[in-house]
Design a protein around this ligand. Structure first.
Ligand SMILES: Cc1cc2nc3c(=O)[nH]c(=O)nc-3n(C[C@H](O)[C@H](O)[C@H](O)COP(=O)(O)O)c2cc1C
Length: 201
């Protein structure tokens, strides 16, 4: 069983990375082979909307580091994706990754009904763990409606990957303290348990 963790926090060894590493450690204890990728170390771009991928579905045409990573993701049994909350949404790095999953998608129309059809060339059926670290406490003191939007939007990620198992682990109240997760034994244990659940059927 092979599991990839992808960290979309621009901060090195901060909360998101700590929680992804704990999840990968939990999976490794169950015998999984794991790998961590930090998007901050890669040269990555946003989707250009060029539709070049529609000529060869599943192959983004951009010559950056995200194109091979997207290909590599197809070969893993489970995926751990982590993002900090930035402005009530995911980080720019995380959004770039999700936008580029468009390269696997083919939008069409049912010839009979005209209804929109969506096919994906991304091999579905993987297990997915999302890790989301935010500064605010839960419930949020302010702007709760924006978090409602974020929590709803996060469901697009298992859809985009065709995941068969989806869990989201939230860290609340990290403020801007990068070692907050590292000092939270309960949260680290939750991350390890969530990672262990990725192993097996
Ligand atoms: C640009 C920026 C925007 C942020 N926006 C929010 C926000 O909208 N809500 C929130 O709870 N925390 C926000 N934070 C705090 C981070 O989500 C929090 O520090 C998180 O733990 C960072 O994850 P990391 O340690 O993995 O980098 C923001 C931080 C930055 C730098």
């Amino acid at each position: 069983m092979k599991i990839i963790g992808i960290n979309a926090s621009p901060r090195k060894k901060a909360n998101t990375q700590t929680l992804i590493e704990a999840a990968l450690a939990g999976a490794a204890e169950k015998g999984a082979e794991t790998r961590l990728v930090n998007l901050r170390e890669l040269k990555i771009n946003g989707c250009l909307g060029c539709e070049g991928c529609k000529k060869q579905l599943g192959k983004c045409v951009q010559p950056d580091d995200l194109t091979p990573l997207l290909q590599e993701m197809t070969a893993f049994d489970a995926i751990v994706l982590g993002t900090p909350v930035y402005w009530y949404h995911v980080s720019a790095q995380f959004k770039m990754l999700v936008d580029r999953l468009y390269s696997f998608f083919e939008l069409g129309a049912d010839p009979q009904t005209g209804a929109q059809t969506i096919k994906s060339a991304f091999p579905g059926g993987k297990k997915l763990l999302l890790v989301v670290s935010r500064g605010d406490d839960e419930p949020s003191p302010m702007y709760g409606q924006f978090y409602k939007h974020l929590d709803e939007w996060l469901n697009i990620v298992p859809f985009a990957l065709g995941a068969k198992h989806f869990e989201c682990l939230h860290q609340y109240g990290a403020h801007l303290e990068r070692k907050s997760a590292a000092g939270d034994a309960d949260l680290l244990q939750k991350a390890r348990t969530a990672g262990a659940k990725l192993v097996g059927k």
